[in-house]
Design a protein. Structure first.
Length: 286
């Protein structure tokens, strides 16, 4: 693609960009292709996020939302993971990274792919916890004879905070890890795309969430077709998402094991015999 032919020299103003590219464009394309499996592995996690935000709001309308005399609005529940991330990120940066750096010798504490992997594990755990919480909510509805009632169940909305808190931690690891991964592994001309790549994963995840619901309803005979969550099988759906997240994690581990970090030169100071410092370059994986 970067080879100039005789025809190109004869008509330099009429070049076909799909046939003749610069060496930089070729190298950037190769970099993006190498990173693409890692990026695609995060799409399903965002699918889980979309389902969690959608159904948790619906769940909250059936639960006790009183707090210190105030009625908590159901649509405000998705704020929980954001608050959790707000608290966790400083702890991660100031406590976890320095502590991990002592054991691993890696400037970031753990490698970017390890960070993304931790987030994917927590995502699967969050979906499993969501299934447990929903099972308990349905049991409360049955025990109090409120399966078809529109009145709030005697079951606090704060139980939903467990799944959201875990997912907030998952988002912190995966989202930030993906940003750092793309920024460190891409070329100088591609670094500005790091945020766009993460949002692309989020967008595909939300689109996929609609497909997942449609397929599950057709295959299961209508787990989520009713407007009454007390009669739906939302807990089964959450557990299915957890199982699929584990499968996605397995695919990610394969992709991560095949990936080779780009080598960068880390300049360190070393003292010569006469006490003077000299700078020594060492090539390491990011």
């Amino acid at each position: 693609a970067a080879i100039v032919t005789t025809n190109d020299l004869e008509s330099p103003t009429n070049l076909n960009p799909w046939r003749l590219c610069t060496t930089t464009q070729v190298e950037e394309t190769k970099i993006l292709i190498r990173m693409l499996p890692i990026i695609l592995s995060t799409v399903f996690m965002n699918t889980c996020l979309a389902q969690l935000q959608t159904f948790t709001i619906q769940q909250s309308t059936t639960m006790d939302r009183n707090f210190l005399g105030f009625q908590i609005p159901g649509p405000s529940i998705p704020v929980i993971p954001l608050l959790f991330m707000f608290l966790l990120i400083p702890l991660y940066d100031r406590v976890f990274v320095p502590l991990a750096r002592r054991f691993t010798g890696i400037p970031t504490g753990i490698r970017h792919l390890q960070r993304i992997g931790i987030g994917l594990v927590l995502s699967a755990v969050s979906m499993a916890v969501a299934g447990i919480v929903e099972t308990k909510r349905k049991r409360v509805a049955v025990e109090h004879g409120m399966v078809d009632s529109v009145a709030p169940l005697p079951y606090s909305v704060f139980w939903l905070g467990f799944q959201y808190s875990i997912f907030g931690a998952a988002d912190m690891f995966t989202l930030v890890g993906l940003l750092e991964f793309f920024y460190s592994e891409s070329s100088a001309g591609m670094k500005a795309l790091s945020t766009a790549i993460s949002w692309t994963s989020l967008a595909f995840g939300y689109f996929l969430s609609t497909v997942v619901v449609e397929v599950v309803n057709k295959v299961s005979g209508g787990w989520l077709e009713s407007n009454n969550l007390n009669r739906d099988k939302l807990n089964y759906f959450y557990w299915l998402l957890s199982a699929l997240s584990v499968v996605n994690l397995g695919a990610y581990l394969l992709c991560a094991s095949w990936y080779r970090y780009k080598e960068v030169e880390v300049v360190v100071a070393a003292r010569e015999g006469d006490g003077r410092e000299k700078r020594v370059g060492e090539f390491v994986g990011v």
